[in-house]
Design a protein around this ligand. Structure first.
Ligand code: PMP
Length: 404
């Protein structure tokens, strides 16, 4: 991805559809609360597990949204975004060689977090023919005596998949039968389309005691840079994570926590407005991509990503994204970045204004039409990931820093 951004820098007219951050403003009321916190001198350490008011507000949210009761003293941990929450969960729970089922394709941080914690990441295939939802059979076939954790992420990045109630229950049953811990990354909980309502994994029968629910303010309140996330879970699972968090981070930024508190407890109109706009964009992207000869795009049911199939162009996803960048000046993410089963797809974020999105789709349509006419067979190329050595820890070998 670094290479793409270097190329894009020289193209001021490029449209960036690669970022996982909403292009909306943080609610004004929340920003004012941050300013108030600064002027009132609330710039000192907060409790290591997070400000008491924010933990209480989050416990209330879990109850109101999902009927889940968590003790704000011991069962809610405020983290530096969901990113920290996921790494803590892996480092805190895994023993060497423990197996963790992760979605494939899936969010880019999962696999490295598992391997850094000396676990083994096993991909749960999310296949297009099943609208990128896992099947019970598929998951069962991956289980071994070392299967310890199931990491789920619905609504899903990069595919936009959402689970039905029955599918969630099936996964919950597998976790219960095999005595596995579930880490459920629910950062897109509010971004669900077509009248669907997000169901929290922790709220399914028997799941509260074995589930860590990961959430974030990044997407819901467009606060990606303020870095506030959280984990809910039973106190036995939260305790080791809290310790690690204390050693690594001490506590989350005190002002950012005040902003998060005001966003969570204030009117939710901004979230509703954002959702309406995402729905409009989702419909546009889905319709326009499917109109392009050779592309096929599954309807995203949640999140703000489209994940079209580009196999018919006989190019690797890496080459295809590069082609779109060079010819259309549109930045996308090669599907291979999200795991082996992402090859053959690209990810487009609809996180730019509607008119810009239309312009990007016009450009893509135009250059792809041309490509279709003059198509030359290009061999599949391995993705860029996996070539350089970054650090002493063998789990970091071959990885490159990248955008989220
Ligand atoms: N999980 C998923 C599935 C994501 O897509 C992202 C960000 N793109 C994160 C976690 C990280 O979110 P945060 O900003 O809260 O660290």
């Amino acid at each position: 991805m670094g290479r793409f951004f270097a190329l894009a820098r020289d193209m001021p007219s490029s449209i960036n559809l690669s970022l996982g951050e909403p292009n909306f403003s943080v609610p004004k009321r929340a920003l004012l609360a941050g300013w108030k916190a600064v002027t009132e001198g609330r710039t000192r350490y907060e409790p290591t597990n997070g400000s008491a008011e924010l933990r209480r507000a989050l416990a209330e949210k879990a109850f109101l949204d999902y009927g889940l009761k968590y003790d704000p003293e011991t069962e809610v941990l405020i983290t530096v975004g969901a990113t920290e929450a996921i790494s803590l969960a892996m480092l805190g729970l895994l023993n060497p060689r423990d197996e963790v089922l992760i979605p494939n394709p899936g969010f880019t941080a999962y696999e490295p977090c598992v391997t850094l914690a000396e676990g083994r990441a096993i991909g749960i295939p999310l296949l297009e023919r099943n609208e990128f939802r896992p099947s019970r059979r598929g998951v069962m076939s991956l289980l071994t005596p070392r299967s310890r954790v199931m990491l789920l992420n619905f609504p899903n990045n990069p595919t936009g998949a959402v689970l039905s109630h029955e599918e969630s229950v099936e996964l919950a049953e597998i976790a219960t039968e095999r005595d596995m811990v579930v880490i459920s990354d629910e950062v897109y909980e509010k971004v669900v389309y077509d009248g669907g309502r997000h169901e929290c994994m922790g709220s399914l029968p028997g799941m509260r005691e074995r589930t860590l629910v990961v959430g974030s303010f990044s997407k819901t309140y467009a606060m990606t840079g303020l870095r506030v996330g959280y984990i809910y879970g039973p106190k036995e699972l939260i305790a080791p994570l809290w310790l690690l968090h204390q050693y690594f981070i001490a506590c989350v930024d005190s002002v950012a926590q005040q902003i998060a508190l005001a966003a969570l407890t204030g009117p939710q109109r901004s979230v509703e407005k954002m959702m309406k706009e995402f729905k409009r964009r989702r419909d546009l992207v889905h319709e326009r991509l499917n109109r392009i000869d050779g592309m096929r795009c599954t309807l995203p049911r949640g999140a703000f990503y489209a994940f079209p199939n580009i196999r018919s162009f006989k190019m690797s996803s890496d080459r295809f994204s590069e082609f779109l960048l060079k010819e259309a000046h549109v930045i996308t993410v090669p599907g291979s970045m999200f795991g082996s089963l992402g090859e053959g797809y690209i990810r487009l974020s609809f996180t730019v204004p509607y008119v810009q999105l239309e312009e990007a789709l016009d450009r893509i349509e135009k250059v792809v039409k041309r490509l279709r006419r003059f198509q030359v067979r290009a061999p599949l190329q391995p993705s860029l990931v996996g070539r350089t050595i970054l650090g002493a820890n063998p789990s970091l070998q071959g990885r490159k820093p990248q955008w989220i």
